[in-house]
Ligand binder design. Sequence first.
Ligand SMILES: [Zn+2]
Length: 475
Amino acid sequence: MDIIDREDNTQKVFLSENNLSVAEILNEHYPYILDSIESEEFILKYDECNMFKELVFEGKVVGFCSYDFSREFITAALNNIYVLPEYRGNNIFLNEIKSTMEEHNKPSIMEPTRFVVELLIKHGLAYKINDSIVGSAIEFIVPGHHVLSNVEYGNEELSTHYYDLSICSSIHILDWTQKHIAYSTPLNDDIRRYKDIKQVDEAYVDNLIDFYKDNDVELMNTILKLEEKLSIRNYTLEEVVGEGDELSFYMESLIDDAHVTRSRALQIKRQIIEEYEAGMILNESLLIRLEYLFNEKSSPTITSHIEVCPYCSMPVDDHDRYCHFCGINLDYDPFEVEDDLFKSINFDDSDFNEDIRFVAYKFLRLIEQNIELEYSIYNIESTYNMDWMSLNSFLVENNYFVNNRITDEGFGFMENHPLNFFEKFHMGIVDYTDFENYFYSHCDLNPVDICLCYLEKFDDDDYILEIIDEIRNSM
Ligand SMILES: [Zn+2]
C-alpha cells in the first residue's frame, strides 16, 4: 500500500456543482483508502458529494472527507469522513472541522453516526445534557427520506442541534404542545455497532417532551455556549459585498453559480448594505443573507415546524440569534424602527401635494422593511397629504401591492423610481422635486442617462462632477 505524500501538507480538493461519485474518486486516486474501507467493512454514508477533500496528516494522505451542498439549508454538510485505522486518534476529524470554520464558514454534518457525535462530545463541540440527549454546536442535517415523525411530516429535510444516543438519532421537537417530534432513521453503521438501540414509542416521546419542557433554558444555553466557543471566521460587510462600486470576489462567484445578472447583483448589494446598516443582519449572517437573496425562493420549502422566522417562514430554534435561511437578525425589532419613524413624522399641516408615485414608493419601502401594514399606512397618511383609499387604489390599479405583498411589478416600479436613483447615486445636493420633474419629462431615456443629463446642467460644481464620475464608473 503506497500512501500518497503531501510534503507541504496541502489538501487536494475536488469540487463540482454536480454530483461527484465518492467511490470513483477513491478508486481512481486513492485505491489504498478504498481497500482499507472494504477490508474493515466500513459503510460509506453517501455515494455522492459536491466536494471531496483529502485528509492529510504529517505529510501523508491518510483519509478523506466529503461535503454535500444542502439544497434547503444553505450550508456545506459533511457527509462522509474516513481515516485509515492506524492514523486514528490524531484529532484529524476535529482539525478538519476547525480549519473549515476558520477559513470559510460553519459546516454542518449530514446524519452523524453515534460515533461521530461521541467524537464531537470528546472535542468539546457537543455536550451531553443528560445520559442520552446531546446538544451540538454543529448542526445535523437529515435528508427528507430519512426523517421519521409521529406526525405527517412530508419528506422535508431536517436541521437540528440535538441527538439522542439511546436511539442513535438526530432529534428535533416540532411542536411540544402537540408532542410532535421528528428524528432520523438509525444508520447501518450504528445498528451494527450498538445492540441496545431503544425504540421510539409513545413513552419515549412523553419522556422527551417532559425533558425539553423542564430544561428548555438549559438546552438553549448549552447550544449558545457551545456556539460561542467556536472560532468561526467573521466577515465584514466590505468583504462580503465588495468595496465602493465593486463586487466582492465572493459575489462574482455567486453570479456564475446562481446565474444572476450583474445588475441584480448590484441591487442585492444595495439591499444588504441598507439592511446591515439598519441592524437587520449580523456579521455572522452576512453570507447566509447574501446566498439567500441570490437563490431566493418565494415560499417556504419546509412547513412542518411551529416556530418559524417572521421574515421567510422557515424553521428557527429558540436559541438562534439569526435565521439560518434568510440571515435576518432575529432580535431586529421593527417596532424600534417604527418608533424612529414616528419621531420623524411631520405634524405641521402643509398643503404641498406629493406626486402619488413618490408616496407609493415611500410606502412600498416601509413594507419592504417589514414595517407592519397598519403602521405603514398611518405613517404615510400623517406624513403626506394622501389618504389610504387613494394610495391603495393607485397600488391596486397598477398591480404593485396585492394581498399585502409587493408584487414583481411593485418591485420593478421601485427599482425604476427617480427616488431610487436619487438615493443610489447620493444626489442629495440637488433639489429632489426639480430632479423628479426632469426625470418624468425625459422618460424615454434610460434612467441612468436621465441622471447624467440632469447633473450635467450643474457642471460648474466640483461635487456634482464627482457624482457624475461615480455614476459613469459604476456602469
Ligand atoms: Zn428567515
